[in-house]
Design a binder for this molecule. Structure first.
Ligand code: GBH
Length: 452
């Protein structure tokens, strides 16, 4: 049915920001240009066997050279720049000098780096993000070891064995304090004059209890605590989540009085949420779980993460092994964060769908990305419900503007609203890009109109 000419109030507030997301290592290339030293990811991707298709970010999608063209594409989708100080990659030199995130020394180096960025770019940047997904950096860098610096612990046995289970906790502790120092510098030296905002971006998964039992509900709560609240609680409340303190005891680092002081000047201006998927979580304290399965050890919070229940998946599987299409998760995770953190302003800093990048496939196959549109539409609908119910969400960014270097998957997975020809690097708008532009135009204020 077509309802033409009728306007409906848009569920998105008037000044809601829509945009796209990108990241330096995945986009820029120019890995060794203009005096840049190697990052931990440069070193990691150059070791054979680390990246699925043997590729690396040396050239990526050459955003370093093509940035003006790409900014035109971004503007086409209407944005205000948000700048992230660290999206996984850090100078390899810090790794070699003192073990990077494992050392408290990184805190003052990070502070200095942030200071330089605020000083030189703060006039033009009104939204700063200190760290992208520190929870993923800590887990993948120091527990499963599948990201640099490839340190694994606990029940993960693939890399250098014998690291302490404490390492992810220590790395996280230093990340939290590095974040805090950067925020502090911004607050004391720049914010008043530059009138910007500063926050952090977390990867957030919605954990649905595997069953109605109290045990599984508690497991879902622990899953949030050991993944998300692990960082947000100390940053916002000045202490690690209750479940972590109880289960981990002395394994968990403590904040000294002086550190707490730095952190107290730190209320976040916003929480950035990267949300893509949901999982079930099943209790492993009162019920048996295979101790070799990832997630079930004490330092991980004793819960089993699974997409499968009674023979059915939590959502449609996708080309990305950890993304299941479960749009309700968006409303639920946003509402969860709203309730726990006093409705701190939120941005959905990443959401999107990866598709397979088969070789020898005609460009039309990639351009007609109806699945991506379906995914985005359903997640945006779900986000709109959370907003209607009172969540203070101020923007949404699609991951990603362009197809790009997808970390361990190299160039085998594409997330872009624009297709990138990996030979010529030519950018071509996909159906999702066209759709998103139109969606943005019709979603502002009361101009939203609906036709079905
Ligand atoms: C985001 O990461 C990244 O910020 C972005 O650079 C990336 O391109 C994009 O998503 C698409 O992948 O194994 O415990 O970490 C999301 C990375 C990987 C986070 C899978 C959640 C599962 C939980 N995600 N991960 S864990």
């Amino acid at each position: 049915m077509a309802l033409k000419g009728i306007s409906y109030p848009s569920p998105f507030p008037n000044n809601f920001l829509f945009g796209t997301a990108s990241s330096s290592y995945q986009f820029e290339g120019a890995a060794f240009a203009d005096g840049k030293g190697p990052s931990n990811w440069d070193i990691f991707t150059h070791k054979s066997g680390n990246i699925l298709d043997g590729s690396n970010g040396d050239r990526a999608v050459d955003h370093y050279r093509l940035y003006l063209d790409d900014i035109d594409l971004m503007e086409n989708l209407g944005i205000e720049p948000f700048v992230t100080l660290t999206h996984y990659d850090i100078p390899q030199e810090l790794e070699e000098r003192y073990g990077a995130w494992l050392s408290p020394e990184i805190r003052s180096d990070f502070e200095h780096y942030a200071d330089v960025c605020f000083k030189y770019f703060g006039k033009r940047v009104k939204y700063w993000v200190t760290l992208n997904e520190p929870n993923v950096m800590a887990i993948r860098g120091y527990r499963s070891g599948i990201y640099p610096p490839s340190r694994c612990s606990g029940s993960y046995g693939k890399c250098n064995k014998g690291n302490s289970e404490k390492e992810p906790l220590i790395a996280a502790h230093n990340m939290i304090l590095s974040h805090a120092k950067a925020v502090n510098i911004y607050r004391t030296r720049y914010q008043e004059e530059q009138e910007g905002n500063i926050g952090i971006v977390m990867n957030a998964i919605w954990y649905e209890p595997f069953s109605n039992s109290t045990e599984d509900k508690l497991a879902a709560e622990r899953a949030q605590s050991f993944f998300l609240n692990w960082f947000l609680d100390p940053i916002i409340f000045g202490k690690y989540p209750e479940e972590m303190r109880r289960l981990l005891g002395t394994m968990l680092p403590v904040f000294s009085k002086k550190e707490l002081e730095i952190m107290s000047n730190n209320r976040l201006d916003f929480i950035g949420i990267n949300h893509y998927t949901s999982f079930y979580s099943k209790d492993c304290i009162y019920s048996y779980c295979d101790p070799e399965a990832p997630g079930v050890t004490k330092s991980e919070g004793y819960y089993l993460r699974t997409a499968l229940r009674g023979g059915a998946l939590i959502g449609e599987p996708t080309a990305v092994d950890w993304i299941f299409v479960h749009p309700q998760g968006m409303e639920k995770i946003v509402t969860y964060i709203k309730d726990r953190y006093n409705n701190t302003p939120m941005f959905i800093t990443e959401n999107g769908l990866g598709t397979m990048s088969e070789l020898n496939t005609s460009i039309n196959h990639f351009i007609n990305d109806f699945k991506r549109v379906e995914y985005m539409r359903s997640y945006l609908d779900s986000l709109a419900i959370a907003i209607r119910k009172g969540a203070d969400v101020r923007g949404y960014f699609a991951w990603s503007l362009l197809d790009n270097f997808e970390w361990l998957s190299g160039f085998t997975i594409r997330f872009g609203l624009y297709h990138v020809d990996l030979g010529t690097l030519k950018r071509t708008q996909k159906y999702s890009g066209t759709w998103y532009k139109e969606f943005i135009e019709t979603s502002r204020g009361v101009r939203g109109s609906l036709s079905t």
